[in-house]
Design a protein around this ligand. Structure first.
Ligand SMILES: *[C@@H]1O[C@H](CO)[C@@H](O)[C@H](O)[C@H]1NC(C)=O
Ligand SMILES: *[C@@H]1O[C@H](CO)[C@@H](O)[C@H](O)[C@H]1NC(C)=O
Ligand SMILES: *[C@@H]1O[C@H](CO)[C@@H](O)[C@H](O)[C@H]1NC(C)=O
Ligand SMILES: *[C@@H]1O[C@H](CO)[C@@H](O)[C@H](O)[C@H]1NC(C)=O
Ligand SMILES: *[C@@H]1O[C@H](CO)[C@@H](O)[C@H](O)[C@H]1NC(C)=O
Ligand SMILES: *[C@@H]1O[C@H](CO)[C@@H](O)[C@H](O)[C@H]1NC(C)=O
Length: 482
């Protein structure tokens, strides 16, 4: 009795408290926009590690007016915070504002945290971009023979590095670079937005990346990497604006990303021709899940064309694409060497595609004339299942290499509805071998149908990968007055 009499009162109290909280929250947001370091604002985020120390970019004389260069402020802040590497690590908070900056370098046991209204604007001043040596597994730059501009956010030989935020923005202001590229005016290869090299334990999450000069996210020679909740947007005709490119990396998880770009949404790589063969670092144990891609001139997931160190154990699932050239594309050539093997893909939902399955064994684009004509790539164990596609021009174009066929191709439970203006021949197959089951339109003779009882073939391995056992902690950051 007593309890039931009390409870309406209690509800009343709760209501008052929650109204008060909404008011407090709104006034806090107002104060925040007037004064970035309003006392008491707290941000919660999830991360592979929380940090014991923190500072704001404004503590290092950062100016968020979109005009003042903050390159020195970023570098001073990170260098200062690096003293906490063995003492709980540190977080650098980037407040609301437009923070113009050139390339800067991260440190270990470090988090770069962007407020949801923080925008990093990439500098248009060429002096703000140091030039690095070419990547050893590529031998040369991709845009020009020599070096390459350091990426906007760069790190090498690091451990435990996080770049995150509440969906804050990194704007590469790429059009200047795209024009230079098209005009043949680049002395060095264009910078990327985020690159980590020779590093491990990396998290890149909850950010929006706009208009990168070239690739967006490039982990290279690195391991234990989670890329989560990233939105990437670039014009669909911008040159080489690949989304996420794991390159000679082990144990990678890419999930919950939305990518619109002028090149492949995800491109898996491992070095180029004789340089990649000699360096010999594969990309392996890669998970890609819940990816949405729009890329009218490229693939949802490309394997190669630089795959000379090998690509192995790739598992992709729950992929959605609209208006994209192909779903999964294998690109390689004589001279690449290396391998692409044990690739598993399932649950694709595709709308308006030129090809669903695409393999090109003649994707030449060599680093130079010194490639070994006897270095043949090995492509085997490529599995696709549970695919639904509509408005498709051609189901598959599968071109292996004469004398070096692509083998162990397995395709099951695939329904492709062709477009009104589709190709007469839906499957083109050369130098490939494998099996199919439950696939329509009917596949080519080199991929014979095993009958409906094999519809569950082409499945993922039963084991899970180590990167799927990485746990996130709940962390928080409270702004205090400096
Ligand atoms: C990203 O944000 C979502 C919600 O906005 C949250 O659930 C998730 O934990 C965040 N992930 C990371 C890795 O910060
Ligand atoms: C950087 O670190 C030192 C301690 O080594 C500290 O005294 C100093 O105040 C810091 N600089 C800034 C601008 O916060
Ligand atoms: C980074 O690590 C690589 C590989 O271990 C090594 O070759 C290189 O010298 C290191 N670079 C720096 C700057 O320490
Ligand atoms: C992040 O921002 C982008 C660009 O404004 C938006 O499209 C996307 O939906 C946002 N993501 C989240 C999780 O809020
Ligand atoms: C075939 O694929 C569809 C669509 O992805 C799925 O709903 C269905 O369960 C799959 N069938 C089998 C036998 O796996
Ligand atoms: C089908 O694809 C064609 C391009 O091949 C496109 O022009 C058309 O808009 C698509 N139709 C639908 C309904 O998406």
């Amino acid at each position: 009795m007593e309890f039931s009499r009390r409870s309406p009162m209690r509800a009343q109290v709760i209501k008052v408290i929650s109204v008060f909280m909404v008011v407090a929250f709104l006034s806090q947001r107002g104060a925040e926009s007037r004064k970035a370091n309003f006392q008491g604002s707290m941000f919660e985020y999830t991360a592979i590690s929380c940090r014991a120390h923190s500072a704001s970019l404004t503590d290092f004389n950062g100016v968020g007016d979109g005009k003042t260069s903050n390159t020195k402020a970023f570098q001073a802040a990170i260098d200062n915070l690096s003293q906490h590497a063995s003492d709980g690590g540190a977080l650098l908070y980037v407040p609301p504002g437009k923070w113009l900056t050139g390339s800067f370098q991260l440190t270990s046991h470090f988090t770069l945290y962007l407020h949801q209204d923080a925008v990093l604007l990439a500098s248009q001043d060429m002096n703000e971009w140091p030039v690095l040596k070419p990547l050893p597994s590529y031998g040369r730059g991709r845009d020009a023979a020599g070096g390459r501009y350091a990426s906007l956010i760069f790190g090498t030989n690091l451990t435990d590095v996080i770049v995150t935020g509440a969906n804050g923005t990194i704007d590469g202001q790429g059009s200047m670079w795209w024009q230079k590229f098209h005009g043949g005016k680049l002395k060095y290869t264009r910078p990327y937005l985020i690159e980590l090299m020779f590093s491990d334990n990396i998290q890149i999450s909850n950010l929006t990346l706009l208009n990168s000069p070239s690739w967006n996210i490039h982990p290279v020679y690195s391991s234990n990497i989670v890329v989560q909740g990233i939105t990437i947007i670039a014009p669909v005709r911008s040159p080489n604006t690949d989304g996420i490119n794991p390159d000679s990396c082990t144990n990678i998880r890419i999930e919950d990303c939305y990518i619109v770009s002028g090149d492949d949404c995800v491109a898996v790589k491992s070095g180029w021709d004789e340089y990649g063969i000699q360096f010999g670092w594969p990309t392996k144990q890669l998970v890609i899940r819940r990816l949405t891609c729009i890329s009218p001139y490229s693939a949802v997931i490309a394997l190669g064309s630089e795959m000379s160190g090998g690509i192995e154990d790739v598992r992709a699932e729950d992929i959605v694409a609209f208006n994209t050239e192909s779903a999964v594309r294998i690109k390689t050539a004589v001279g690449r060497g290396g391998y692409v093997k044990d690739v598993y893909v399932k649950r694709l939902t595709l709308h308006t595609m030129k090809w669903v399955f695409l393999m090109n064994g003649n994707y030449k684009a060599h680093a130079d004339g010194h490639y070994d004509p006897n270095a043949l790539p090995e492509v085997k164990g490529i599995n696709y299942r549970d695919v639904v596609a509509e408005n498709v021009s051609m189901a598959a174009r599968l071109e292996g290499i004469s004398g070096d066929p692509f083998t162990g191709i397995c395709i099951s439970n695939v329904t492709i509805n062709v477009a009104a203006k589709s190709k007469k021949v839906q499957w083109m197959c050369n130098d490939v071998a494998g099996i199919t089951s439950g696939v329509s339109p009917p596949p080519c003779g080199s991929l014979p149908d095993q009958g409906p009882e094999k519809i569950g073939a082409c499945d993922f391995p039963a084991d899970s990968l180590a990167i799927d056992r990485v746990n996130f902690k709940k962390c928080s950051y409270t702004i205090t007055n400096a």
